[in-house]
Design a protein around this ligand. Structure first.
Ligand SMILES: *Cc1c(COP(=O)(O)O)cnc(C)c1O
Length: 392
């Protein structure tokens, strides 16, 4: 056996995204004890940086030591008890996972379904809230990575507030890449992931719970069924002050990375980061459309950080992805679930969201499609992207 050296790639899929070298450097610093006073200071800084990123004053804001899926599970296992009812919006893969989580808590999921490629329809959500006044929470995915769709989080959170239910939001793909306003919108529980627009290594899930949600957790009649994800226990470890009780060994070096990722986001500023994602998304779309490719989502609801592109008729989508990887070291994503074989997913997340990657992706995709004999326009994509940049 020899040391593993990964190939050089450009990651423009649905995550992980290219990790900023500053973050990789931070992660290679010496490991210290997870109850070392310096480490406790780092934990406090991470909590306040996460409050900044989520735009919240929630005291219960911290990274879970596991990927985004654990954040999803943590929210449901803490907020739901057997016999509870939850309204779950599904317009892609991740809404379906929310439903599964709700049911595994012994709760009932009331599904509000929309087409894969359309946003969650607030009218349907309102009807469900009226029909189920006993529901305890409303859950939706802000940025559906499986379809490239944004939903109107502000309206959905307002509906939850009006009907007196907790609002749960998946911000795995939205955090750092588009507007996320936890306090302004009134979201009660949110989870994200380190490897999407934060451009950190995978494996951490920032979460935040409002005082109302924290109160719900404290007032539970039953124990949280998951020991590892029980926020009552995690709070004692991540709580304030210097008295921390051991819960699990924090992934020390991974947290150095998250701290650095959040410092980078703070240096750029949230508004500037959102604006950068929008600009490069528009340049990418200009180039794709000049090539004759179509996007799966209507313009108003597109995610800047995840572009769902229709696979042209007769093209073997897997072969194109394989040639992008082999010839250009470029990774883009395949369709997931119902979208398998129908779309590609081109990520412009965090550190990977830049002009060089947009131009690389357009040139590489044109090369691979033309080589495969696809009926696309050649020679126009790069100038279309440049034209968009020239306007900024
Ligand atoms: C990636 C993703 C997840 C899951 O995150 P993991 O880190 O892969 O566990 C959940 N929800 C959405 C919307 C995602 O894009």
């Amino acid at each position: 056996m020899q040391s593993f050296h990964p190939p050089q790639r450009t990651l423009m899929g649905p995550g992980p995204s290219d990790v900023n070298p500053r973050i990789l450097q931070a992660m290679s610093r010496p490991t210290i004890g997870h109850l070392d006073p310096s480490f406790i200071q780092l934990m406090d800084e991470i909590k306040s940086l996460l409050q900044f990123a989520f735009k919240t004053t929630n005291a219960l804001t911290l990274p879970l030591s596991a990927p985004g899926s654990a954040g999803m599970e943590a929210v449901f296992v803490n907020l739901l008890e057997p016999g509870d009812k939850a309204i779950v919006c599904q317009n892609g893969v991740f809404g379906g996972r929310m439903k599964d989580n709700v049911e595994r808590c012994g709760a009932t999921a009331i599904l509000v379904q929309d087409a894969w490629g359309a946003p969650v329809n607030p009218n349907k959500v309102e009807a469900a809230l009226r029909e189920h006044p006993d529901a305890r929470l409303l859950a939706f995915v802000h940025a559906e990575t499986s379809t490239g769709v944004r939903s109107d989080a502000q309206s959905l959170a307002a509906l939850a507030a009006r009907h007196g239910v907790l609002c749960v939001m998946d911000a795995v793909t939205s955090l750092g890449g588009m507007e996320v306003e936890i306090d302004l919108w009134g979201v009660d529980a949110v989870y994200s992931g380190s490897q999407k627009c934060l451009s950190c290594a995978p494996g951490l899930s920032p979460v935040s719970f409002s005082p109302r949600a924290a109160e719900r957790i404290r007032a539970r009649r039953t124990k949280v069924q998951s020991w590892f994800l029980d926020m009552n226990l995690i709070m004692d470890y991540w709580g304030s002050g210097t008295r921390r009780s051991y819960h699990h060994t924090a992934p020390v070096n991974a947290l150095y990375g998250l701290h650095e990722a959040l410092c980078i986001l703070a240096e750029e500023g949230l508004g500037a980061a959102w604006e950068r994602h929008r600009l490069h998304h528009e340049a990418l779309v200009s180039g794709l459309e000049a090539m004759g490719l179509a996007l799966h989502v209507a313009p108003d609801w597109r995610l800047p950080q995840l572009n769902a592109v229709m696979v042209p008729e007769g093209v073997d989508e897997a072969m194109i992805r394989a040639s992008l990887l082999r010839d250009h070291g470029l990774e883009i994503g395949a369709g997931l679930g119902a979208m398998a074989g129908k779309i590609w997913r081109i990520g412009l997340m965090g550190h990977a969201c830049n002009r060089r990657n947009v131009l690389l992706c357009l040139a590489a995709l044109e090369d691979s499609l033309a080589s495969a004999g696809a009926a696309i326009q050649t020679g126009l994509a790069l100038s279309a992207a440049h034209a968009r940049y020239a306007q900024s």
